[in-house]
Design a protein around this ligand. Structure first.
Ligand code: GLA
Length: 714
């Protein structure tokens, strides 16, 4: 079956993706492109009669509202526009003309583009769609172009959404999103969607800790396991805005793109603007099904190196903070190797005058007093221990107390007569300027080469304020978008030039985790809060959108330096093993017994890692339950791993047995539990494990946890 099917009589284009169909109707006579279906598979006949616009019942209604693929501001429309333009003479109110559409199908993917322009005005735009046979995620983006001759006045895009997604009319709408703050990211919230406009946004120049550009909608009837769910995400790393509109008439749309409100894009004649990609996913498989489909999409179509196991890393930050010395790092690296780490990352504090956060950012040469002979001896030592060598960098930032700032004060984002407020004693370098990104690429390449760096942790530790760019054009705020595009360019060029280099995305923890950043990194630092209990809620939210394969998690010290909570080593490991395991504690203060125990967990993690990192993930309960678990099922079905936790005191009542998901009911599995119950070698059928649960339960006491491994025997 073709991926894109065209029903000429009705002007309907059907996009068929794995177990889902999206259909739109192109109507040149009316100048409209409307959504006619987003849901399960349908045929042209099913949608031929669907949803013809009714005549307006009165002079206050706009039947087109909530039905179009990219509603403009203009004609009879009152809903928030996805595309809004102001011409130089002050005119707005677009009158769209449909020019036609193109379809390109190649192998297992296909693209549709629909071209439109404004009547008598120099604006053209093209709606783009991409579908893939194996994936229910539909990618959409829009290219906008000033089609005038040279010398014609510029036009200004006030709203430039990537896409508008229209849901079927449902009796109720519920919205799921992840929100938070620094050290408390990705908290899942599920709330009824109010009539009106609900906007998630970042006005910060980066993705943000406060909201992630992802939303799930359902009719308030979906569960973790079943029910229709629609999700929308944006592949953008700068400011963004995503508005969900629920009309009093009962329609629901999601529109969004890069830039917060007021981020205008001025196009001169001949210039064009490409929005970020917006992804839409439909599943009848509940919230768990939506997450698994999104995880597969990230793995199969977003990450640059999805096939590689992510290494167990050891990071120096919580151990040494800014007190970085050659001897101190060497001692830590020796212990990291002893417990089986595969990558040693020197965090902040290795460069310039960076012995605290007040100085040195921007001066990317090893700190003389810490590394008199440079970093190479440490890199060689780490390599000699059989580990890869990683380094923390924050290329977009500068301390005013630095050589770089003294030489290039004009490189920072600022507005001419406004104070540029430092946050964490730092200002932001303007990565929308090529001379700045050239400088960054140059020292990054040199650093990677000179110090044999295998891995960079790329950090970004403040939000934008008073941001403008050199030249201070009337649309100076576009730097809230273009800075991030400059960062992407540097990352892309760096990876292309050094193909074995691996990169971790970080922004004060999880302030820049999004599909655009994951397209050029390998994993993300999820939160600066490393408390193993707090982390479970953060990981629960993170997993709604992103796979375990990119979810960096460290085992740190107890009591936790941030929350002061004391948690046993076993629980800390089980919490961090749910993603990409790392160790971030001060190993020099761990007892020999702790180090031995740690080595055993690291070894166990390595055995299970392929299943954890790339298997299908099932959330069994939530962190709000007395106990909960996450189960991973290898894609070939041969193995399953379960991590289960109870943070609080044991309930007096016996907890129900943990019922597993995703197993073959007819297959037989050998069940091993690292807490010793059931006894090693217990055998159960998939059907029994799903219906009656795993024999045995969590050990008694606070902060109990266990890891189960199931191997298919037949
Ligand atoms: C951010 C990161 C931390 C650490 C510090 C260093 O907060 O999230 O992991 O790298 O910066 O300053």
């Amino acid at each position: 079956m073709p991926l894109i099917e065209i029903d000429r009589p009705s002007g309907t284009v059907l996009l068929h993706a794995a177990a889902t169909c999206y259909a739109l109707r192109v109507d040149p006579a009316a100048g409209t492109v409307r959504t006619v279906h987003w849901g399960g598979p349908v045929t042209p006949a099913d949608v031929r009669e669907a949803q013809e616009p009714e005549a307006a019942p009165d002079s206050f209604s706009a039947p087109l509202d909530g039905t179009e693929e990219l509603a403009v501001d203009g004609q009879v429309r009152f809903a928030p526009p996805a595309l809004d333009v102001r011409y130089a003479d002050g005119t707005s109110a677009v009158e769209p003309v449909v020019d036609g559409y193109d379809v390109r199908e190649e192998g297992d993917s296909a693209e549709l583009s629909v071209s439109l322009h404004d009547t008598g005005r120099p604006l053209g735009w093209r709606l783009h769609y991409r579908v893939r046979r194996d994936c229910p995620v539909i990618e959409r983006w829009t290219v906008l172009r000033h089609t005038g001759e040279r010398g014609q006045p510029p036009l200004t895009l006030l709203r430039h959404s990537a896409a508008q997604w229209n849901l079927p009319v449902l009796p109720e709408y519920r919205m799921s999103a992840v929100h938070g703050r620094w050290a408390g990211e990705f908290q899942l919230r599920r709330t009824p969607l109010a009539v009106g406009e609900t906007t998630l946004t970042s006005r910060r120049g980066h993705t943000g800790h406060q909201s992630n550009p992802w939303i799930a909608l359902d009719a308030s009837d979906a569960t973790e396991e079943a029910g229709e769910v629609w999700t929308v995400a944006l592949a953008t790393s700068g400011s963004w805005r995503m508005t969900t509109v629920r009309s009093a008439e009962g329609r629901c749309s999601v529109l969004g793109g890069s830039g917060h409100e007021g981020v205008e894009i001025t196009l001169a004649a001949g210039e064009s603007w490409t929005t970020p990609v917006s992804t839409g996913l439909y599943t009848p498989g509940g919230f768990g099904g939506a997450s698994r489909a999104h995880h597969s999409y990230v793995r199969d179509h977003v990450l640059p190196a999805p096939g590689e196991p992510r290494p167990v890393l050891c990071n120096s930050w919580e151990a040494t903070a800014f007190d970085v010395t050659f001897d101190g790092q060497r001692e830590l690296a020796d212990l990291a190797a002893r417990i089986g780490a595969e990558l040693f990352v020197v965090d902040d504090g290795w460069f310039g005058a960076r012995s605290c956060d007040r100085a040195g950012l921007g001066d990317w040469t090893p700190r003389q007093t810490a590394f008199p002979e440079g970093l190479r001896p440490l890199a060689d030592h780490v390599h000699g221990l059989g580990m890869r060598f990683g380094l923390w960098v924050e290329p977009e930032m500068v301390n005013p107390d630095s050589e770089l700032f003294r030489e290039r004060p004009d490189w920072v984002l600022h507005l001419p007569d406004r104070t540029a407020h430092p946050l964490r004693n730092q200002l932001v370098l303007d990565f929308s300027r090529p001379e700045v990104t050239d400088w960054a690429l140059d020292w990054l390449l040199r650093t990677v080469d000179d110090f044999a760096v295998d891995f960079l942790k790329w950090d970004f530790n403040r939000s934008f304020t008073e941001a403008g760019s050199a030249g201070h054009r009337p649309d100076a705020r576009r730097v809230f978008v273009e800075h991030a595009l400059g960062v992407h360019r540097v990352l892309d060029e760096l990876r292309a030039a050094r193909p074995t280099l691996r990169i971790e995305a970080c922004s004060g923890g999880g302030g820049r985790v999004d599909l655009a950043s994951l397209a050029r990194t390998d994993q993300a630092w999820v939160s600066d809060n490393t408390d193993a209990v707090d982390r479970l809620a953060i990981q629960h939210g993170f997993s709604q959108v992103f796979p375990a394969q990119v979810m960096g998690a460290w085992v740190t010290d107890s009591p936790n330096p941030f929350t002061r909570r004391a948690v046993p080593l076993r629980f800390r490991f089980h919490s961090a093993m749910a993603g990409v395991l790392g160790v971030g504690g001060d190993l020099t203060r761990w007892s020999a017994a702790d180090l031995d125990e740690a080595a055993a967990y690291v070894a166990r993690y390595k055995e299970a890692r392929a299943t954890i990192q790339t298997g299908d993930q099932y959330r069994l309960g939530t962190p709000a339950d007395p106990s909960h678990a996450v189960q991973y099922v290898a894609r070939d079905g041969a193995e399953s791993v379960v991590l289960q936790w109870r943070a609080g005191p044991a309930e007096r009542a016996r907890a129900p047995r943990l019922r597993l998901r995703g197993l073959d009911p007819r297959a037989v599995y050998r069940v091993d539990d690292d807490s010793g119950t059931p006894a090693a070698g217990t055998v159960r059928s998939g059907a029994a494990l799903a219906s009656h649960g795993v024999p045995g339960e969590l050990p008694p006491g606070d902060h109990a946890s266990r890891m189960l491994t199931l191997r298919r025997k037949s």
